[in-house]
Design a protein around this ligand. Structure first.
Ligand code: UDP
Length: 238
């Protein structure tokens, strides 16, 4: 159920298989493995050891990662979008009466996200929340609040690597089962940012839509060719 891309094990099943796979863990960190995140991990020991650790599952979230799996001729079944996994977990939590906690984004976005989630999932237990603008080295009050809320899932929307570092630093301290960095997902749930139209998602063009809407993202796309080049080289000289 995994494809080895560089030194990473990337989940190669579909979304449903992922949801049942994470059931088997006492604690699991779901990492949205787009080329930028995986490329960052190659240059940072702490991130790398977390991404390759036993309590982490990397999902192929990004057309660049799907392409990498094709280059090495071990294609993943499908691109798995982090935001869709987040929503599946939310549905499960609503159904089973489990709590979620949200950390990240600006205060008004976070409030909007919570409002929208409450109206879409009326029985969802949102055990607590905190915006994403605080000192990572001075956040004991947030950790205590999460402990008190005792959520099943913790979603952290602060972009990478900040969200990954928050999870790495606190995974052992917290009682949650699912930890997941979800980037700009609160912005999408709040309605501030739209996801690309379905046809663009289908053709792997979500990145193009995001760059058109937020042109400053263009710089971040440079990690895609860098990552793919590393995949090609690694595969050639392995
Ligand atoms: N963000 C945050 N704290 C910070 C920096 C960013 O909470 O110190 C939030 C920001 O408000 C936005 C999200 O992180 O909601 C941005 O995530 P990004 O778009 O970088 O993630 P991507 O979807 O590209 O992985």
């Amino acid at each position: 159920m995994f494809t080895k891309i560089l030194k990473y094990s990337v989940f190669s099943g579909n979304k449903e298989e992922l949801i049942s796979y994470i059931e088997g863990f006492e604690k699991i960190n779901i990492v949205s493995g787009n080329p930028e995140v995986l490329h960052n991990g190659l240059n940072d020991k702490l991130l790398f050891s977390s991404f390759t650790g036993e309590r982490t599952v990397i999902i192929p979230d990004g057309i660049g990662t799907v392409l990498a799996s094709k280059i090495i001729k071990k294609p993943v079944k499908e691109k798995i979008a982090g935001i869709e996994v987040m929503e599946e977990i939310i549905k499960k939590c609503e159904k089973e009466g489990k709590g979620i906690y949200l950390v990240g984004a600006k205060e008004e976005i976070l409030k909007g996200c919570i409002e929208k989630l409450k109206s879409k999932y009326p029985r969802l237990n949102i055990a607590g929340s905190h915006n994403g603008y605080f000192d990572l080295k001075d956040c004991d009050h947030i950790i205590e609040d999460i402990k008190e809320g005792n959520p099943y899932a913790l979603f952290v929307a602060m972009g990478s690597p900040r969200q990954d570092l928050f999870i790495i630093n606190n995974m052992d301290k917290l009682p949650c089962k699912v930890f997941m960095g979800v980037g700009g997902s609160f912005d999408v749930f709040s309605g501030k940012v739209n996801r690309a139209p379905n046809w663009m998602i289908k053709f792997g063009l979500e990145w193009l839509y995001r760059v058109c809407k937020e042109p400053w993202r263009i710089k971040r796309l440079s990690s895609i060719p860098k990552f793919l080049l590393q995949v090609v080289k690694y595969n050639k000289y392995k």
